[in-house]
Design a protein around this ligand. Structure first.
Ligand SMILES: [Mn+2]
Length: 233
């Protein structure tokens, strides 16, 4: 069973958080989850995809997320385009020779174990909650069945005519970096489409960007509170 998307019931008690693109910033993710959110097993944590690449510790991020799930935390992880690219690399892994010039995250692809590979392969594209849709990129509203255009969900950046499609729900998405000022405004004004990717990796030491970009954002979907974790990687 490899669900493309599924509906998730609202918990009886506990909070619901959505978290934007993490991109290898494991210390930042842990600071957000443990110190700011103080996640409990009653809470639901929704991750919008792009756990790997760009930042310093992609493997650490995967291990942390899978570890939370193994401990019984309710962590729901979407597939991002970077997980898709990693899976594509993994499928090529055995065909690469030792002396092949390794590009980008190929070394990560080489170190992914079977359990991690199965976890990546099972990542869904989309979550439907009672009053939210969650997606990594965007939804293709131009086709008869928008919820079946999975490639669009991974790669595209704009959901056109969102209001007509959403019918009172809100869309929470990542993938495209938005300035912190804009994210705060979208939350405050309760826009139809709320971006949560603040380009977290740009806050790493090597990028040194900490004003409008470079934080990891989480939104409490019920209290409607935005949490902004500065990058500590
Ligand atoms: Mn992305």
């Amino acid at each position: 069973m490899n669900p493309k998307w599924y509906a998730i019931p609202t918990p009886q008690e506990g909070r619901r958080f959505a978290v934007g693109d993490i991109h290898g910033c494991n210390l930042t993710l842990q600071a957000l989850v443990k110190e700011q959110l103080q996640l409990t097993k009653q809470d639901q944590l929704f991750l919008l995809g792009d756990y790997v690449n760009r930042g310093p510790d992609s493997m650490g991020v995967l291990q942390f997320i899978m570890g939370l799930q193994a401990e019984g935390y309710q962590v729901f992880a979407l597939r991002g385009n970077h997980e898709q690219m990693l899976l594509d690399k993994i499928s090529m892994r055995d065909r690469l020779s030792q002396d092949t010039v390794l590009m980008g995250y190929t070394s990560l692809a080489r170190s992914i174990n079977q359990e991690q590979q199965a976890w990546l392969e099972a990542l869904p594209y989309f979550f439907a909650l009672n009053n939210f849709y969650l997606v990594h990129g965007a939804i293709d509203t131009s086709v008869a069945n928008p919820l079946e255009n999975y490639k669009y969900m991974l790669w595209e950046r704009e959901t056109h005519h969102a209001g007509e499609f959403l019918r009172g729900k809100q869309l929470i998405f990542g993938h495209t970096k938005y300035m912190l000022t804009y994210i705060k405004r979208a939350v405050e004004e309760r826009h139809d489409c709320i971006p949560l990717d603040n380009g977290c990796y740009m806050g790493c030491k090597e990028y040194n960007e900490t004003r409008e970009f470079g934080s990891l954002c989480a939104l409490d979907l019920d209290a409607w509170q935005l949490y902004v974790q500065e990058n500590v990687d």
